[in-house]
Design a protein around this ligand. Structure first.
Ligand SMILES: Nc1nc2c(ncn2[C@@H]2O[C@H](COP(=O)(O)OP(=O)(O)OP(=O)(O)O)[C@@H](O)[C@H]2O)c(=O)[nH]1
Length: 306
C-alpha cells in the first residue's frame, strides 16, 4: 500500500476539526444568505474555535460578496474556506535560516506538555533535511527529565547537544552553545527553555539574562523566539500567546497536535488576533510530522472542502 499523501494525512489529522465545522455549518444547508443565515454561520464559526473576531470578519466578507443570494452548503463551505485562507495567508511565514554570522539562534518556549521538546527535534530534523547543520541546547534546566529527553532526541537526529546540570544556569548553556556552534560553523542553534508561566517575573528574568549573554556574542541573537502551542488547549492557547508575547517577545508560532483534535480552528483565531508568523504545524509524534504551514490547504481542510 502506498504511503498516504501529505494532504491525506493533513485531512486525516484535521478531520475532527473539519467535522465539527461541517456539522456546525450544515445547519445552514441551502439557504438565502440573509441576516439570520449569517448569524448561524457566525455562530458555527465561533463554536468551531475560530474566535469571535475571525467569525465576524468572515461573516462581513460573506455578506459583502453574497448578501441575498441563495447558496448551497458546498458553496458556503467553499466561500468560508476562501475567507479562512485570506486570514491565514499573511501569517504563513517559513522559518528562514539567514543569520550572518551563523549560528541562527532559535529560542523555543512553551508550557510543559505543549510538545516543545518533540517540536525542537522535528524542527532540527527538518532543517537538516534542508542541509543545514543543527545543534541543540538543553536550556530547560528546571527538570532533569527535560534534559534527558532532549539528549535522546539529539541522538536520534544525529545533532550535537549542549547540556548542563539540572538547576544550572540556562544562559551559560546558551553561551556555550553559541561559542561551540560558531567554532564548528553550525547553521542553527535550537535552544530549549523552561517555559514556565507560573511565575512571569522568573521567566522574564531568565529570558532577559539569556538575551544579555547572547548579546555579548551576537547582538542580533536570539534571531527567533518560537512559541509552541498545543492546539488541543483551544482558547487557552490564545491566552498563552497573549502572555508569552508580553513577557518573551515571541517572533513566531508553531502549533502542535493538530491531528486528532476538534479544536484546530484555534489556528485561525490565533492568526486573526495576533498576526504572528506561523512557521509550521505539528500533526503527529514522529520526526516527519512537522509540516510547512500551507494556508490554502489548511483552510480547505478546516472548512471540509479539501
Ligand atoms: N498527536 C501529537 N502528539 C504530539 C505532537 N507533538 C508532540 N506530541 C506529544 O505530546 C507529548 C508532549 O510532548 P513533549 O515534546 O514532551 O512536550 P514538552 O512541551 O517538551 O513537555 P515537557 O517535556 O513535559 O515539558 C509527547 O507525548 C509527544 O509525543 C503532535 O503534533 N501531535
Amino acid at each position: 500500500m502506498s504511503e498516504p499523501s501529505w494532504s491525506d494525512k493533513l485531512f486525516g489529522g484535521f478531520r475532527k476539526t473539519s467535522d465539527r465545522l461541517s456539522e456546525n455549518l450544515s445547519v445552514v444547508s441551502t439557504a438565502k444568505l440573509d441576516d439570520a443565515t449569517l448569524d448561524d454561520v457566525e455562530d458555527a464559526l465561533i463554536m468551531s474555535d475560530l474566535g469571535p473576531s475571525a467569525a465576524a470578519r468572515i461573516r462581513a466578507k460573506l455578506a459583502e460578496k453574497r448578501f441575498g443570494l441563495t447558496i448551497t452548503e458546498r458553496e458556503l463551505k467553499e466561500a468560508v474556506a476562501e475567507e479562512i485562507a485570506a486570514i491565514l495567508r499573511p501569517v504563513a511565514v517559513p522559518l528562514d535560516i539567514v543569520a550572518f554570522p551563523r549560528p541562527q539562534v532559535i529560542l523555543v518556549i512553551g508550557v510543559n506538555g505543549s510538545g516543545k521538546t518533540t517540536t525542537i527535534a522535528k524542527l532540527g530534523h527538518w532543517l537538516q533535511e534542508d542541509d543545514y547543520e543543527v545543534m541543540l541546547a538543553a536550556g530547560d534546566t528546571f527538570r532533569a527529565a527535560a534534559i534527558g529527553q532532549l539528549k535522546i532526541w539529539a541522538e536520534r537526529i544525529g545533532a550535537p547537544i549542549i547540556t548542563g546540570p539540572e538547576g544550572g544556569d540556562p544562559s551559560a548553556i546558551v553561551f556555550d552553545g553559541v561559542k561551540k556552534a560558531t567554532e564548528i560553523g553550525t547553521d542553527a542553534l535550537i535552544v530549549d527553555t523552561a517555559g514556565r508561566l507560573q511565575n512571569k517575573r522568573e521567566l522574564m528574568d531568565e529570558l532577559a539574562k539569556i538575551r544579555k549573554v547572547l548579546g555579548r556574542l551576537n547582538p542580533e541573537a536570539p534571531h527567533d523566539v518560537i512559541l509552541v502551542l498545543d492546539a488541543t488547549n483551544g482558547q487557552n492557547a490564545l491566552s498563552q500567546i497573549e502572555i508569552f508575547k508580553e513577557v518573551a517577545g515571541v517572533t513566531g508560532l508553531i502549533m502542535t497536535k493538530l491531528d486528532g483534535t476538534a479544536r484546530g480552528g484555534v489556528l485561525v483565531a490565533a492568526a486573526e488576533q495576533y498576526g504572528l508568523p506561523i512557521h509550521a504545524i505539528g500533526v503527529g509524534e514522529t520526526l516527519d510530522d512537522l509540516r510547512p504551514f500551507d494556508p490554502d490547504l489548511v483552510a480547505r481542510v478546516i472548512a471540509g472542502v479539501a
